[in-house]
Design a protein around this ligand. Structure first.
Ligand SMILES: Cc1ncc(COP(=O)(O)OP(=O)(O)O)c(N)n1
Ligand SMILES: Cc1nc(C(=O)O)sc1CCOP(=O)(O)O
Ligand SMILES: [Mg+2]
Length: 204
């Protein structure tokens, strides 16, 4: 079963993002998602490789956002794809049965399609408003997450505006776990923020 806390890297990548990954892993993060949106493919691959090495040493899983080629080249555990990325069934065909494949769903219909296509888990959101990513639709709230969770049998990872205080709402909605960017990367103490999120997940 996939971990309940996905710490997603700040899209800028680089040293600061790697420091946040190190801190999150020291705080016990079970899953790190490499999410880079800038830089050359070589730079993005180098970053993903560094995160994979850190995750291996910590016993955590590493998932690469958007790009199955970079995920395989970096020997990551999985790939997460959204509406603009390669389709889940294509990623599955390229990466094989043991590769974790996640897809983004915002409603039960899309969720069912992604599971039928071979998704191992779903990222579902935006649960709440977030300034981390532009162009997102309106937040679906805990009720929207609950509608998706009720429609599928794979783990649902809620994303968007997640904080430790909001974890119980999402767990009550049926989410297996949560994915966060700013709650860890933007924290003064990312290791402590990770521990706080994990404690909230354990308690709910
Ligand atoms: C766990 C999780 N859920 C959803 C997303 C969003 O992915 P995507 O739709 O591909 O958008 P970008 O992250 O590429 O902007 C995610 N990354 N992780
Ligand atoms: C990258 C991303 N995808 C989302 C979606 O709903 O698909 S919300 C989001 C940003 C999550 O960042 P934060 O934890 O800082 O709110
Ligand atoms: Mg994407």
């Amino acid at each position: 079963m996939i971990g309940r806390l996905h710490v997603v890297t700040d899209a800028a990548g680089g040293r600061a993002a790697l420091d946040a990954v190190r801190a999150a892993l020291s705080g016990g993060a079970p899953v790190v998602q490499v999410r880079t949106k800038t830089g050359s493919d070589r730079e993005r691959l180098a970053f993903a490789r560094e995160v994979v090495v850190l995750c291996r040493a910590a016993g955590a899983q590493c998932i690469v956002n958007d790009r199955v080629d970079l995920a395989l080249a970096a020997r990551a555990d999985g790939t997460h794809v959204g509406a603009d990325d390669l389709p889940v069934e294509v990623v599955r065909r390229i990466a094989g049965p043991s590769h974790l494949v996640g897809g983004t769903a915002r409603d039960p219909e899309r969720a069912a399609e992604l599971v039928a296509a071979g998704a191992d888990y779903l990222g579902v959101g935006p649960a709440f408003a977030t300034s981390t990513k532009d162009g997102l639709p309106d937040p679906i709230g805990p009720d929207g997450v609950a509608a998706v969770a009720a429609a599928v049998r794979v783990p649902v990872i809620a994303i968007g505006g997640l904080t430790a205080a909001r974890v119980p709402l999402l767990r009550a909605a049926g989410a297996h776990g949560v994915a966060v960017v700013s709650a860890v990367s933007g924290a003064a103490d990312p290791a402590a923020a990770t521990r706080e999120l994990l404690a909230a997940l354990d308690a709910s």
